[in-house]
Design a protein around this ligand. Structure first.
Ligand code: ZN
Length: 475
């Protein structure tokens, strides 16, 4: 650009931006760095926050943009800040757009990072791979207005608002009299009447090629759902307005609502109720993450009845099509290979899939292959942290199914990454491993073996996209 050549170099363990060209042009170049003026002149620049801002100005494709309007999108959370090149090489083969920077506050706390760093890591990797098609950055599972503001300030292009703490789950089980009483007491009379009017004495018939979905609401049901959602909807409205203030009138942010981390699957009735009330309030979502039936445990395949999943997924999809054509978002979507073909087929590829943990597990796989002794230490640390970690993540791993390390030769260790209990063990303890003294050695290994890590991820994310049935690009 302007007679200068820009590229990434790695010196020992550190990556730098290098700019090469005539000295006069280099002096005008906006990056801050160390100038070496023998011919050809060059400048070495740190990947500092200041240079990250310059990068995004000079090469706008390195800045996150909203991508969810593209038919198929995949979230590839990179917890380490080292996985993006692998994600991009896979994504580049398919008709798909990536959300490369995708972290929840919980993940950031576990890995000791913040949104600015997460986005910067993605931006430099996008530059390194010369990926010019656009990528998203998702502030995932945000639970308060302050968290949303923090993510917006850092430059996310997507907000995933987690409503779980604002739901009144009691409303599903309270006796009828209690529902009547609380509806009278908690809901403004005028608003209550409007809401009842939206649903009562109506038939909601949503037509589709695989059969229609027909839903009626009883008065009791409507009141239960109003009580379940009313705080959550007020909260969504508050956040929606905050996003609009931040970005002006044009919605530059993908807005997702998630109710996947609640104890019960979301019925189509509940989904329909929520979206009708949202539209009534003027809130438009880009995507919605219901809790689907069956189990979506971290890092392993789907557990549950595939026929009922298909049936429910189709019903949810019909609702999205009739109420604004937003997307269904599949959370904890890593490694759900048995249902991917069904999701792809029923949605005709119009879906958002979120993965994250599986890329961490590929990092662990790399270490098991290249540095067995480090792997053994990590495995021990994971075992001793499991009790604590399983308080935060719902898993069913049975540690007694995991072969003891002493019984395995070095060459057999990587097999543990194909065993479900061991995968769950290593998945949910990532924060403990990354906050332990092992952290430095883990990063050191992954940087030394960057190309190997990249090709493991490339293969693994390609497998996800292939199972989903995403079309490959004509090369
Ligand atoms: Zn989720």
């Amino acid at each position: 650009m302007d007679g200068l050549l820009y590229g990434m170099v790695r010196a020992n363990q550190q990556k730098k931006l290098i700019v090469v060209g005539e000295k006069e042009s280099l002096l005008k170049d906006p990056f801050t760095g160390q100038l070496y003026s023998h011919a050809p002149s060059l400048k070495m620049c740190d990947l500092s926050p200041e240079n990250t801002r310059v990068l995004m100005d000079l090469f706008p494709f390195t800045k996150p943009v909203r991508v969810l309007d593209f038919p198929t999108t995949i979230g590839t959370g990179d917890r380490l800040g080292l996985a993006t090149p692998g994600h991009l090489r896979a994504v580049h083969q398919f008709k798909v757009r990536p959300v490369l920077a995708q972290q929840s506050i919980r993940e950031n706390n576990q890995t000791g990072r913040n949104y600015k760093e997460v986005i910067a890591d993605a931006a430099w990797a996008v530059f390194q791979e010369d990926f010019r098609e656009g990528y998203g950055a998702d502030g995932d599972h945000l639970k308060s207005l302050d968290e949303v503001k923090e993510a917006l300030e850092a430059g996310v292009s997507m907000v995933t608002l987690d409503l779980s703490e604002k739901l009144n789950l009691e409303a599903a089980i309270l006796p009828k009299e209690a529902i009547e009483r609380r509806f009278e007491g908690e809901i403004d009379a005028g608003e209550g009447e409007v809401l009842l009017h939206l649903f009562l004495d109506k038939e909601f018939r949503l037509r589709g090629e695989r059969g229609d979905l027909v839903i009626h609401f009883s008065e009791e049901e409507v009141k239960r759902k109003v009580l379940l959602f009313h705080q959550a909807i007020d909260f969504s409205e508050e956040v929606y307005q905050c996003i609009h203030q931040h970005t002006g009138r044009r919605p530059l942010i993908d807005f997702e609502l998630s109710i996947d981390e609640i104890p019960h699957p979301t019925s189509p009735e509940t989904h329909l109720f929520l979206v009708i009330v949202l539209r009534h309030r003027g809130i438009w979502v880009t995507s919605l993450a219901p809790r689907f039936i069956g189990e979506f445990q971290k890092g392993i395949d789907y557990r549950g009845e595939i026929t009922s999943f298909r049936d429910q997924f189709y019903r949810h999809l019909l609702i999205t099509r009739h109420y604004g054509d937003y997307k269904l978002s599949i959370h904890s979507g890593s490694d759900k290979f048995s249902i991917f073909p069904h999701i792809g087929e029923i949605s005709q590829g119009r879906v958002h899939l979120k993965t994250a943990g599986t890329s961490w597990l590929e990092a662990v796989r790399l270490i098991s292959l290249q540095n067995p002794s480090l792997y053994r230490e990590m495995h021990q640390k994971a075992l001793s942290s499991f009790g604590e970690a399983s308080k935060q993540y719902q898993v069913t791993a049975d540690l007694s199914h995991i072969p003891s390390l002493d019984s395995l030769a070095d060459s057999e260790l990587h097999g543990l990454l194909d065993q479900e209990d061991a995968r769950q063990l290593l998945h949910i303890t990532y924060g403990f491993l990354l906050r332990s003294p092992l952290r430095e050695r883990i990063f050191h290994m992954l940087k030394d073996y960057e190309e190997d890590y990249t090709s493991l991820l490339d293969k693994h994310i390609q497998k996800h996209l292939d199972y989903l049935g995403v079309e490959r690009r004509d090369q």
